[in-house]
Design a protein around this ligand. Structure first.
Ligand code: SAM
Length: 292
């Protein structure tokens, strides 16, 4: 069997020289505020794309394409890439970078100039999220997208390594907290590796972690997502306190908090860090009056 299509592994990706040249062409100086650390290593891009297990039929949502390092790798693996970028200079440059490095794929890219924490409409329904996320907003971005785009079935995101550990933590772990429980509402999250600092320009001061996720149904409950998230926020706002004390404000008193906890089958002297998302959903439900 012969093929004229180059395999994804042999397609050129952006290295340090190309990234610096592209940045210079458009006068971009990476800013910390927007978490601009660009990947300058093709092997890291191949590793991320392989770990994301993208099907060739899929539409991938990429947040923060930057100068296009990951975008090129994703275009090799997926049918379509929808790239949401907040920086208008980077967003404007991306189509010409793709046209130069992947002319045959240029029609498979949509660039959306928007804040990924606010975007609610996209030109196509993505089934996967794959992104090297701006670190300071990584968790809110993932939660916002999982909430607003139910078509997203799976994904792989690169975040600060310590944030990755928090996202994938289970009850009882020291790193278990709001990102872990809210993430678990939507999906099953697993750590998929650690990435060193020198594959970025500029190099960050800490390592990055890969988080892979698969969507799952949230716990069955009469409580809304917002009601469950209010309990989670209250429990972890005072994480050293017992749930009875931490949820007193939310419930309208410690006695009512205790009643909700007992009805949910949760020990009122336990702390939020030991209970799972299903238990948080039961607590939220216990506060909702039964209707006829
Ligand atoms: N994907 C590129 C790469 O791997 O080289 C760049 C990743 S860089 C860590 C993060 C990117 O997200 C930057 O391009 C930055 O401008 C963009 N960004 C920052 N905040 C954003 C937001 N709220 N919505 C969309 N993009 C954002």
């Amino acid at each position: 069997m012969t093929s004229t299509q180059p395999s994804p592994a042999t397609q050129p990706l952006l290295g340090a020289t190309e990234i610096r040249r592209l940045a210079e062409e458009i006068g971009v100086r990476p800013t910390k505020t927007l978490g601009q650390n660009f990947v300058i290593d093709g092997n890291t891009i191949r590793r991320i794309v392989a770990a994301a297990k993208v099907d060739p039929e899929e539409t991938v949502l990429e947040v923060g394409p930057g100068l296009g390092s990951l975008t090129l790798g994703l275009l090799d693996a997926a049918a379509r890439v929808v790239a949401v970028e907040i920086d208008h200079v980077l967003a404007a440059k991306l189509p010409s970078t793709v046209a130069a490095f992947r002319p045959e794929k240029a029609g498979n890219l949509d660039v959306v100039l928007s804040d990924a924490m606010r975007v609610t409409e996209l030109p196509a329904q993505p089934t996967a999220l794959v992104a090297n996320l701006p670190y300071n907003v990584a968790v809110p971005v993932v939660l916002h997208l999982l909430e607003h785009f139910p078509s997203l079935q799976h994904g792989l995101v690169m975040v600060q390594d310590e944030v990755a550990d928090r996202m994938v933590a289970g009850p009882g772990s020291k790193t278990y907290g709001v990102p872990s429980v809210k993430g678990a509402w939507y999906s099953h999250m697993r750590k998929a590796g650690v990435i060193g600092m020198n594959v970025f320009w500029p190099a960050p001061k800490i390592s990055s972690g890969l988080v892979e996720f698969t969507r799952r149904e949230p716990p069955v409950t009469r409580a809304s997502r917002q009601q469950v998230f209010a309990v989670i926020d209250a429990a972890f706002a005072q994480r050293r306190k017992t749930l009875r004390a931490a949820l007193a404000g939310w419930a309208g008193g410690a006695a009512e908090a205790e009643r909700c906890l007992r009805e949910a089958g949760v020990d009122p002297t336990a702390r939020g860090e030991v209970i799972d998302v299903a238990a948080f959903a039961r607590i939220a439900e216990a506060k909702i009056p039964m209707t006829a």
